[in-house]
Design a protein around this ligand. Structure first.
Ligand SMILES: N[C@@H](CCC(=O)N[C@@H](CS)C(=O)NCC(=O)O)C(=O)O
Length: 241
């Protein structure tokens, strides 16, 4: 039986898991969970991931949450090429360093930008206060600066000479504000050149297919029925108002 991957490609960690499985020719059943329609609250999905987050994975009786854990599971189960998660002590440590850092930086700040610009005005019917919007931009800028100056430095990829899991996890996050209309690549030639290399490594066709939804998100969200997204309201209220 192939893996079951529960995904919504509007979600960054879902895109990384999707691209990883596709790029490595790992057979899987794509189980669509629409976050905009509250699919994460469905009864059956709760049995796969009680945290009610995507991505989620089922391999027979074994269920797993957390995108990075899923990709590491696939690395081991399917013996993917070494460059994804190198066996070399120092190269692996560089990948781990980025994967450990990104949760509270790029992941948090790039995602926040998408919510501030696209989701919250739709769900709440009003803008986030200006000072919180300014803080969100500042946080994202700081994270991108760190990605360039600490992690990329003058190298082609995060872990050095070769593309790895770290680049995949990074690029899907960096694209979230892009989907919200914020061109993070403008004025950042190092980041832009890295983006081009990563897209090339993944394969432009697969890269663009995985990002098609997020690139059309502004228009898509306009046509959504916001009453289906009311479950997000208390969390938004607590964080932004
Ligand atoms: N650390 C988790 C993050 C999962 C996560 O936050 N998923 C979001 C979409 S990007 C989600 O499912 N949100 C639904 C909700 O909060 O209701 C991972 O990497 O898999």
């Amino acid at each position: 039986m192939p893996l079951e991957l529960y995904l919504d490609l509007l979600s960054q960690p879902c895109r990384s898991v999707y691209i990883f499985a596709k790029k490595n020719n790992i057979p899987f059943d794509f189980k669509k969970i629409s976050l905009m329609e509250g699919g994460q609250y469905g009864e059956d999905f709760g049995k796969v991931n009680m945290m009610r987050k995507v991505p989620a994975m089922r391999d027979g009786e074994f269920c797993l949450a957390e995108s990075i854990a899923m990709m590491m599971y696939m690395v081991e189960k399917f013996k993917t090429p070494d460059y994804w998660y190198p066996a070399d002590l120092h190269k692996r440590a560089r990948v781990n360093e980025y994967l450990s850092w990104q949760h509270m930086s790029i992941r948090m700040h790039a995602s926040k930008m998408f919510w501030v610009k696209v989701m919250i005005p739709k769900i709440m019917g009003r803008e986030v206060p200006q000072e919180k919007r300014d803080a969100a931009i500042e946080d994202l800028d700081d994270s991108l600066k760190m990605l360039e100056e600490k992690f990329l430095q003058d190298g082609p990829f995060i872990a050095g000479d070769h593309f790895s899991l770290a680049d995949l996890v990074a690029i899907v996050e960096v694209y979230q504000p892009v989907g919200a209309g914020v061109d993070v690549f403008e004025g950042r030639p190092k980041l832009s050149a890295w983006r081009d290399r990563v897209r090339q490594e993944i394969g432009p066709e697969l890269f663009d297919e995985a990002h098609q939804g997020i690139m059309g998100a502004i228009e898509m969200v306009k046509s959504l029925d916001s009453s289906k997204m009311q479950a997000f309201k208390p969390r938004i209220q607590k964080m932004f108002f």
